[in-house]
Design a protein around this ligand. Sequence first.
Ligand code: GDD
Length: 390
Amino acid sequence: MLKAVILIGGPQKGTRFRPLSFEVPKPLFPVAGVPMIQHHIEACAQVPGMQEILLIGFYQPDEPLTQFLETAQQEFNLPVRYLQEFAPLGTGGGLYHFRDQILAGGPEAFFVLNADVCSDFPLNAMLDAHRRQRHPFLLLGTTANRTQSLNYGCIVENPQTHEVLHYVEKPSTFISDIINCGIYLFSPEALKPLRDVFQRNQQDRQLCLALGEDSPGLWPGAGTIRLEQDVFSALAGQGQIYVYLTDGIWSQIKSAGSALYASRLYLGRYEFTHPERLAKHTPGGPQIRGNVYIHPTAKVAPSAVVASVPGGDWTWGSSKSLQGLWSMFLPTAGPQRLHWEGGDSGRGCASPGEHCPPRSHVTGAHVCSAQHRGLGEHRGALGPRGGYRQ
Ligand code: GDD
């Protein structure tokens, strides 16, 4: 029996996602047409023996989140529950705090997934690797170029055994081109080192208090555990942490720009995994070129061309030279009118209120472009192993 935990963070996190994350919590922001973490849940639900999926975070369980949980439970016929941390407990604190719930029923192992990643989630392959050689921690790793690697957890492995010999979270100088994807498979024994960190933090805190050094920042908040620094860095080289390398799709989703890049990766996969989600050309309807998702509430002018062509800017309208990269429709909470200009320049306006000469309009939808820089920093993303792309 297996379980999965998705770390969804909370409202203070994901500020680079503003203003788009104001309407829905970031983990529910649509990526390729479905909430970001639905991709995670779909992948978990396909692992044989998956018993339960737990979301851990510090969001208030508001209406969109509750509604999402209900729908997900029905759709995947699995318990999908939200466990709310009393305060931000870091990437490992919630796992320790809710250990009884995670271990209830005696799972053989549990997946831990960062919410803000896009991946093809090779969970079955990780499980096979784990079953061949059981270790407390198995990390999914991929490769990045030297510069990009500095934005991630970096892993030095033993290439024969794949043991993690050295782990540095976001190093200031180059350590390794293997990076942590934020996708893990833990065995129940993994909770013991978390307990050790918890107890050590408590002792440090009491010591500081006894010395009268009670200023905040001297010790981590009660219950806070940083999985990466407190556990992976500390235990590397001790035979407990292993890496499973993937050459599948992977990228981080930290900003609106990177959400669009992730959408493109998922849209590409839909050809094989969810062809029904891809828009199809219908007689008298808009022209569809490439992998495009159109939200059911979006109304698209029949004269429109919606294009998805890798390698350039997206184009909307009747442009002859489609240098268009891709475009997609993202649902919004309420009906809105959106104007934009198209043409060969590929310039797009992704939010209502921007001043663009109207050429056409949609209702109840946003049109976004991977190249649109005004919405937030695009930190880049990683392609298949060995190939960095932005
Ligand atoms: N429940 C909970 N509580 N979740 C949290 C908390 C918390 O206090 N803080 C962060 N998270 C969640 C975030 O929502 C996100 O899904 C994940 O944990 C990691 O968030 P960050 O702490 O912002 O780390 P990061 O994304 O910069 O880096 C992590 O992910 C990279 C891969 O995307 C690290 O694990 C890196 O090593 C890794 O390369």
